[in-house]
Design a protein around this ligand. Structure first.
Ligand code: SAH
Ligand code: SF4
Length: 359
């Protein structure tokens, strides 16, 4: 029998397992607390659990994190971890420290099946969904790295999560939902849903479920205001065009001035950055409580776009702001280690590609 990783199993799944194994229900609360509040990595470190039960649990489960095979630190303090999973496949996870918080950028897939023109991850051939354990595991690794156990009440170094790493989270909805529910569970890691933002390239039918079943903040990768251009930049637009996307944003639950939708807009020189684009943008989202995050394009090896000039970005931002929307320009973080938005790609695949070229 292969042993199962206890990390990533929902409370409901564990309740069923425990009932089947004849383990009293109150033990689940204790064990959950050890794993997700204290971060223990062994059943031996659970002193209030009787020895016989610990042996039984050891026969049933492991407590496994992904392995960090490479850690890089940027000049600005951003850290990027290359993670290896049990089957040898890899994904990246990034921690971005800020003055009053620290944001963890979590991957949902190895690679991405979508092929946004400006994104490095989209060029990666190898794709699979990450399991819930592999998603929760990224948070736990980060907490290990900062020695942030037990769960602190305040001043966390890993205080926010953005599902903005590799992959399209709404193409792996079940595992992402399960993982985020574990991360939000008040008896464990206890991260509030307000501290979690899920970014989608616009998988319209799943946006409703995301709002209803997970309830986290939503970020939408808009990047263009006309279908002809968005069809090219974000090819998923051919399936779910801008109108449908904006309608889904309008009905996203829980949106108000305190909880706004974020529209992400990558600034591509000469492509989507005119004053007319900015005006059309504010027209398009009129009435939606929103902020517009302008992302300077981050180059990667082989990319064929350029970032808009600072003056252009500023002019674009001014128009959006004058229309009453906040439009912060996202400071690129970790560019020197290819950890910034859209630069992630598993090292192993990159290497094997260059080997192919050499042969
Ligand atoms: N797949 C999801 C989440 C991951 S990408 C999505 O697309 O929303 C996180 C953000 O980085 C997205 O808004 C994405 O469009 C943007 N991005 C991708 N490549 C980029 C690049 N090279 N420079 C700047 N932003 C980029
Ligand atoms: Fe995938 Fe997002 Fe990159 Fe598009 S931008 S290829 S959806 S990871």
């Amino acid at each position: 029998m292969t042993m199962q990783n206890i990390i990533g199993l929902s409370r409901e799944e564990l309740e069923r397992d425990f009932t089947d194994a004849g383990i009293p229900k109150f033990r689940l609360k204790q064990i959950w607390h050890w794993i997700y509040h204290h971060g223990v990595r062994s059943f031996d470190d659970m002193p209030n659990v009787p020895k016989e039960l610990r042996f039984k649990l050891q026969d049933l489960y492991t407590i496994n994190r992904p392995e960090i095979t490479k850690a890089m630190t940027s000049a600005d303090g951003t850290q990027k971890w290359l993670l290896k999973f049990q089957d040898g496949e890899e994904a990246e996870c990034v921690h971005i420290p800020e003055s009053v918080r620290g944001t963890l950028c979590v991957s949902s897939q190895v690679g991405c099946t979508l092929t946004c023109k400006f994104c490095h991850t989209g060029t990666q051939k190898l794709v699979r969904n990450l399991g819930s354990a592999e998603i929760v595991g990224q948070m736990m690794l980060a907490r290990d790295a900062f020695d942030e156990w037990p769960t602190p009440f305040s001043n966390r170094l890993v205080s926010n999560i953005v599902m903005m790493g590799m992959g399209e989270p709404l193409y792996n909805f079940d595992n992402v939902a399960k993982a985020l529910k574990i991360i939000m569970d008040p008896e464990g890691i206890a991260l509030s849903r307000r501290k979690i933002t899920l970014s989608t390239s616009g998988v319209v039918p799943m946006m409703d479920r995301c709002g209803e079943e997970i309830g986290v903040n939503l970020a939408v990768s808009l990047h263009a205001v006309r279908d002809d251009l968005r069809n090219v930049l974000v090819p998923l637009n051919k399936k779910y065009p801008i109108k449908d996307l904006i309608d889904a944003c309008r009905r996203y639950p829980g949106v108000n001035n305190a909880n706004r939708i974020t529209f992400e807009y990558v600034m591509l020189k000469g492509v989507n950055d005119t004053n007319a684009d900015a005006k059309e943008l504010v027209h398009l989202i009129r009435g939606i409580p929103a902020k517009i995050n302008l992302i300077p394009f981050n180059p990667w090896p082989g990319s064929d776009f350029e970032c808009s000039t600072p003056d252009r970005i500023d002019a674009f931002s001014q128009i959006v702001q004058r229309a009453g929307y906040s439009s912060p320009v996202r400071t690129p973080r970790g560019r020197d280690i290819l950890a910034a938005c859209g630069q992630l790609k598993s090292e192993s695949v990159r290497q094997s590609k260059s080997l192919l070229k050499a042969s």
